[in-house]
Design a protein around this ligand. Sequence first.
Ligand SMILES: O=C[C@H](O)[C@H](O)[C@H](O)COP(=O)(O)O
Length: 232
Amino acid sequence: MEKNLQNELKKEAAIRAAEFVENDTVVGLGTGSTVKFLVDELGRKVREENLSFTGVTTSKRTASQAESLGIKIVSLDSIPRIDLTIDGADQVDNNFNGIKGGGAALLWEKIVATNSKKNIWIVDQSKLVDRIGSFPLPVEVIPFGALHVLNKFEELNLNPALRLTENGKKVMTDSQNYIIDLHLNQIIDPAKLSNQLINTVGVVEHGLFLNVVDKVVVGKKGQPLILENPDK
Ligand SMILES: O=C[C@H](O)[C@H](O)[C@H](O)COP(=O)(O)O
């Protein structure tokens, strides 16, 4: 999909999802280019429509954008619950399984998501797929011994690659860990892979988000589509 159109559709989904944010609630704010549009829109609503909510963020990037727009941000441990989290995703299948972490924020995103009463994802239509996996699956690993974890993944034919910045430095997450991307093409059994990964010593978390999302707002030509997860 052409970049400008994709951005337009991301923005459309984000603006539609912002309507789900209610006054006096605690809202988890995800990370990424789609969420950036969401945070802009929520900032506008705070300024122009007196929207009042408390935000919990899933990355330092989102926290600084939100605060610069006048959105009140608190730490996760200072609140008893999150009412709703809105986040992006890299791919979503028909069973509402998703891959997240393209922006290296998967660990905080999963912690915030699993402590939220409701989760909404905002995506453009190009991210809806029959089977997830053509987007590389991010795995967050502890730096100590990371190359041994990489070798184990290699032996399991998971096609791992340590994520590097454009300057060739290792990407560091907000928790100071590394990211290994698994180039799998397709994931036949997401639950099995999820168990396998999380049981590998050195792995902190992975980007398979299974049975997490309640609603997906899809930006598509015409008007956004809202998909409800029947299993939630
Ligand atoms: O780590 C990043 C997150 O999981 C993002 O939500 C995901 O990568 C989607 O990002 P974007 O909205 O930039 O496509």
